[in-house]
Design a binder for this molecule. Structure first.
Ligand SMILES: Nc1ncnc2c1ncn2[C@@H]1O[C@H](COP(=O)(O)OP(=O)(O)OP(=O)(O)O)[C@@H](O)[C@H]1O
Length: 459
């Protein structure tokens, strides 16, 4: 009937499990379900649908006059109900309206700002001013397909996610993103993993093997934990960056490549340079564009959103879902220091979904003890951003491109952006912070075309 009168494609499922399976795999706009008998498995289905596809519209069919079921169905997200046995006209009208509702939700999602709360910025969740600032820099950095990027942040802060976003936002997105964890591959294998080898390079090299650098040709090579790379490989990598070529192990013929290198480390590379374990020239080449990810304890306001996202992810496909965390539990988690950063939070939420799924809310008492030690201390304030980052004049001097005026202007840009970011884009307050006249600041913003970097705001 629906196929004929509305012209839509209709898929059928015998039970909620089969329905969820279809919803996971296909792009469905609307679900019409009944409640599946006295156990009302249909209600369970309604509650799970938003975790699979938040834009999906749901219509419930309820036995005529069953007010209790109608209320329950609407409470759990159904947008309409129809009575069974069906009235032909009623069913067609409800379906057409349901599809309109779905289109509206999809339209709204498309129009929502790029940094949408739930989905984050290319999967990176964060609403704090520090993360928003990082997203803006990331967007600019990614556009330039050739500059090398150095991502610095503590373990578990999301360096790999940021590296993937750099690739996804760049003109290289159609080619490979190749991650290599320099700390996870034994030193003696890392060279052949990266550069490949020619036939006969060593015992057992019966066939030539392409290295990951070549596999990333045209795309992005992500070198995680670059601080752990040994000196001989650092030299070979420097050549890839400077001359865009390398020799596979055992080979003499240079191979040309065009890769963008995105490197990450949780180590202090400047210190490693100072103690001689990391090449200075490579450090300057890598840190042309430094991107720092703040630790979670410096952006505690992101914690509830991250928890919401992880609950949604780990509930997916489960019969017993977790509804969330109580306000007291959330407050305790916002007072905790998170040495393992977002990875630690993700693991905690996963554990809570397993232990307290089934309609539960995680209460303060459900949390492992170490997370509640500071409960009651209140949500700790986020420390302010330290100093304004200095322009990269080391790299400029290295390259022989030192231009005093450009660097001074760069420093001025950063001061202005920092002040605007601290004042949430309020130019009057930012001018006060900088001890400038408001009109002077506005003029500078205009002249320097800094508008595109500004937070969306009030004046
Ligand atoms: N802002 C975020 N939004 C959503 N998920 C995040 C975020 N940051 C980190 N994660 C998740 O936390 C986990 C750790 O992230 P990732 O591996 O990118 O961290 P890392 O900084 O590279 O860690 P390491 O230094 O240990 O390699 C991943 O599962 C990632 O999806």
């Amino acid at each position: 009937m629906l196929r004929k009168h509305i012209g839509c494609v209709v898929l059928e499922a015998k039970n909620p499990t089969e329905a969820l399976d279809i919803l996971e795999k296909q792009d469905v706009c609307l679900v019409i379900t009944d409640l599946f008998g006295p156990k009302k498995e249909g209600i369970d289905l309604l509650r799970k649908i938003p975790t699979v596809n938040p834009q999906l519209a749901t219509i419930v069919s309820v036995p005529y006059g069953d007010r209790e079921s109608i209320v329950e169905a609407l409470k759990y997200g159904a947008i309409f109900y129809i009575n069974s046995p069906y009235d032909f006209e009623e069913a067609v009208i409800a379906t057409a309206r349901g599809l309109e509702h779905h289109e509206l939700l999809v339209y709204q999602q498309k129009r929502s700002p790029k940094i949408s709360k739930r989905d984050g910025f290319h999967g990176i969740i964060g609403e704090s001013s520090k993360m928003k600032r990082m997203f803006r820099i990331l967007e600019k950095v990614a556009e330039d397909a050739n500059s090398t990027v150095l991502i610095q942040g503590e373990s578990g802060t999301g360096k790999e996610l940021v590296a993937r976003a750099t690739h996804a936002l760049s003109p290289r997105r159609g080619k490979n993103f190749v991650p290599v964890n320099c700390a996870a591959i034994p030193d003696e294998l890392l060279e052949s993993e990266l550069f490949g080898y020619v036939k006969g390079a060593f015992t057992g090299a019966n066939q030539p093997k392409m290295g990951r650098i070549q596999y990333a040709d045209g795309g992005t090579l992500f070198l995680d934990e670059i601080g752990d790379m040994k000196a001989n490989l650092q030299a070979k990598l420097l050549r890839v960056i400077q001359e865009k070529e390398f020799e596979p192990v055992g080979g003499v013929k240079p191979v040309s490549v065009d890769v963008r290198i995105v490197a990450a480390t949780h180590r202090d590379l400047e210190k490693a340079v100072a103690d001689g374990s990391f090449r200075e020239d490579l450090y300057y080449r890598l840190s042309v564009v430094p991107l720092g990810i703040p630790p979670l304890r410096e952006r505690r306001s992101d914690i509830p959103l991250l928890i919401e996202k992880f609950v949604q992810v780990f509930n997916r496909g489960k019969r017993q879902i977790l509804r969330g965390f109580s306000p007291e539990a959330l407050a305790a988690l916002q007072s905790y220091a998170w040495p393992g950063n977002v990875r630690e939070l993700e693991n905690l939420v996963q554990r809570m979904v397993v232990l307290h799924g089934g309609d539960g809310l995680v209460s303060l008492a459900d949390l492992p003890e170490k997370y509640t030690a500071h409960a009651g201390a209140g949500i700790l304030p986020e420390p302010e951003q330290s100093a304004v980052p200095t322009p990269d004049f080391h790299a400029a001097m290295e390259d022989g491109n030192f231009d005093f005026n450009v660097l001074v202007s760069d420093f001025e840009d950063r001061l202005i952006l920092e002040a605007l970011s601290r004042t949430d884009g309020n130019k009057k307050e930012a001018a006060k912070l900088l001890n400038l006249k408001r009109t002077t600041l506005i003029e500078k913003i205009k002249k320097k075309q800094l508008d595109s970097y500004l937070p969306q705001r009030r004046n």
